[in-house]
Structure formats: C-alpha cells, structure tokens
Design a protein around this ligand. Structure first.
Ligand code: NAD
Length: 337
C-alpha cells in the first residue's frame, strides 16, 4: 500500500526501509510536518503515517480524505495530536504503536533525573573548558529518596523498577491502580496530593488528556517538597511551564529534566541553531543551570525504532488485508483517560 510519511528524518528512514522488506509497502517520505498546509502531499496515498508533532486536526483529516486517504497510522504511542472524533466521523481508522520499548523512555527518564541531580550537564561543559572546579556541582544520593511516579502504565512501571534498583522508596499514583504491577515493580500507591507532598523526585508518565493537561501547575508545585526534582518524558502540556519557571526561580523546584515541552511543535526535531529562539518561555527555561532539556528523544534507541517501524507497517498490512486492527485507537479511549 502507498503510504505518505510526514515529519521524517534520516535516522528513522533506515529503520522503516529495513522493516519494509517484510511488508513491501510503497513508502513516500516527506520532511514537512503534517498540517492543513501540507496534507495535500498525501494525495493518492491510501495510508498516511504521522508523528507526534504533526497537527492532525479535523481540517487536516478532511483534506486527507479528499485526497483518498483511508488509514492514519501513527508511529507513536501518544495520540493527543490527532482529532479522533473527526477521524471517527470521517471514517478513517487511526492505528498506533502502543508499545515499542518502555525501556527506552524509562532509561532516558532515569538518565535525566541523575544528570540534573549530579549536575552532569554542567560538569561536562566545565571540563571541556578546562574548568575543573566542583563549586555548584553538589548532588544528592538517590538511595532512600522517595520517587513519585505519576502513571503506572508500561513506561511508569519500568521507571519504578529502575528507581527501585537504586534503593529508592517508590510511590505511585494512577487512576487505574494495578496492585500486581506494584508488587512486581516494588512500589506502593498513594493519592496524588500525598505523592506531591512527600516525593523528592517526581516523574510523569500519564498520557496528555483534558484531565492531565497542566497536572503540574502552580498550586501543585507549591504543594511539593522544597527542592523537588521534576522529570517529564510524558507530554509537555502535563506541566504548566510558566509555573515551573516560577518554581525554579523561587527554589521550590530544585531541578528539572524535560524531554518534552508544551510548545515543542515546530521547534523540536529541527536544527534551528542559526536562528534566534522566538519562544520566550523556552528561552527562559533554557537559562536555568539546574535544568536539562532534550528534544523529545526518549524513544530514540535502535531497539525502539525497529519495533516502531515493524508495528507501524504491520498495522498498515493488517488494514490492507482487512484484518482486525488490534492497535486501533478511538475517541472513547481519550474520554476513558
Ligand atoms: P500507558 O497507556 O501504558 O500508561 C499510561 C498510564 O496513565 C495508565 O496506567 C493510565 O491508567 C494512566 N492514566 C491515564 N490518565 C490518567 C490520569 N488522569 N491520572 C492518573 N493516571 C492516568 O502509556 P505508556 O506507554 O506508559 O506511555 C505514557 C506516556 O508517555 C504516553 O502517553 C506518551 O505521551 C509518553 N511517551 C513519551 C515518549 C517520549 O519519547 N518522550 C515516548 C513514548 C511515550
């Protein structure tokens, strides 16, 4: 089946080309993100493959349908960038990759926590400049610290298990607690306000839904332990960035490791190093010495990419053969969250 890929980069093309040897779809790679302005590039392609910062609004979907698109295949787990209600109305099934490597994201999460706690990003820059001073690089032991995991799905559970290995006291919150997972991964469930009040490190692993939008806002940050370390590899808008900046300025937030940013669309995945950042909030955020931002790369391991490519193409193959779409996602899934 002819598939139009949007927002594609060299590193993923290779994985998709390799996986496609077993599927034999006709892949057309496009560099631009999928938006109403670029949707017509998919003209004549029954399948469209999109990534997390595409803007798959009702308008985009209507243009796709007019061009002959019949399937939207997301090469991501998250689907908050898609208007699923409109997709349902237009009769376009949306499939995704629900799991590719929770380890990739969980390991990046723990790396971000360790890096900001032990000031590795600052140490790296200093040593390169011949500055071997240790002033300002004091960290703290992870051992016996309380880690609060918000969302105990696939990624949250692996993250909990890794922190457990450091000898942390891991607590978690989820609207659907899973006591079996708690036992296996070594954490206990608490209410969200207790998690905020008592955790030394807080890590976010819930999907972005209307209920989780700005889950970490000003009042939430005020209720946290002074000096709390916040890590977000979930979605940018789980955190009210302005409130985080206030927290960092006042010292209420001790450090933050972020792989996602609420206004990342149009910034992340691009080389903008010869331009001036126009986003003043992000520019302010990047000024803090106790913050480390990566540009939505937590998923980026060889293993994860190979799995993403295989599942995405298998989803298209299943659609082509008229088989059950086991990885379909519908508007009801969002409302459930
Ligand atoms: P998952 O569906 O396995 O787990 C999500 C968990 O969140 C579930 O247990 C669910 O019950 C819980 N949840 C949903 N709404 C909630 C709410 N309102 N309050 C509390 N808990 C709630 O998902 P996952 O695979 O663990 O991924 C988690 C998120 O990580 C994804 O939704 C995606 O946004 C993000 N992600 C980021 C990257 C990256 O590269 N940075 C990669 C993959 C996924």
């Amino acid at each position: 089946m002819r598939i139009a890929f949007f927002d594609t980069h060299r590193y993923e093309r290779r994985a998709f080309d390799e996986a496609n040897a077993g599927h034999e779809h006709e892949i057309v790679y496009h560099e631009p993100r999928l938006t109403p302005d670029t949707a017509s590039l998919a003209q004549g392609c029954p399948a469209v493959c999109s990534f997390v910062n595409d803007r798959v609004t009702a308008e985009t979907l209507e243009i796709l349908v007019r061009g002959g698109t019949k399937l939207l295949a997301l090469r991501s787990a998250g689907f908050n960038h898609v208007d699923l209600v409109a997709a349902g109305r237009l009769g376009i099934p949306v499939v995704r990759v629900p799991e590719y490597s929770p380890h990739a994201v969980a390991e990046h999460t723990v790396m971000l926590a360790l890096a900001v706690i032990r000031r590795v990003h600052r140490a790296w820059a200093r040593v390169r400049e011949g500055n071997f001073s240790l002033e300002g690089l004091m960290g703290f032991d992870l051992f016996q610290k309380r880690v609060g995991i918000v969302g105990t799905g696939k990624i949250g559970r692996v993250t909990a298990r890794i922190f457990n290995g450091f000898g942390c006291d891991v607590v978690a919150y989820d609207i659907y607690p899973n006591e079996q997972a708690a036992k296996e991964c070594g954490f206990s469930y608490v209410e969200l306000d207790e998690l905020y009040r008592t955790s030394d490190i807080i890590s976010l692993h819930v999907p972005l839904t209307p209920k989780t939008h700005h889950l970490v806002d000003g009042p939430a940050i005020k209720s946290m332990k002074r000096g709390v370390v916040i890590v977000n590899t979930g979605r940018g808008a789980l955190i009210d960035t302005r409130a985080l900046i206030d927290g960092l300025k006042s010292g209420q937030v001790g450090a933050a490791g972020l792989d996602v940013y609420e206004e990342e669309e149009g910034l992340f995945f691009r080389d903008l190093s010869d331009r001036v950042i126009q986003d003043d909030v992000l520019a302010r955020l990047l000024m803090f010495p106790n913050i480390l931002v990566t540009a939505h790369q937590a998923f980026l391991t060889r293993e994860a990419l190979a799995n993403i490519a295989e599942t995405t193409l298998a989803n298209v193959t299943a659609f082509e053969r008229g088989e059950l779409l086991v990885n379909e996602v519908r508007a009801e899934d969002v409302l459930r969250g």
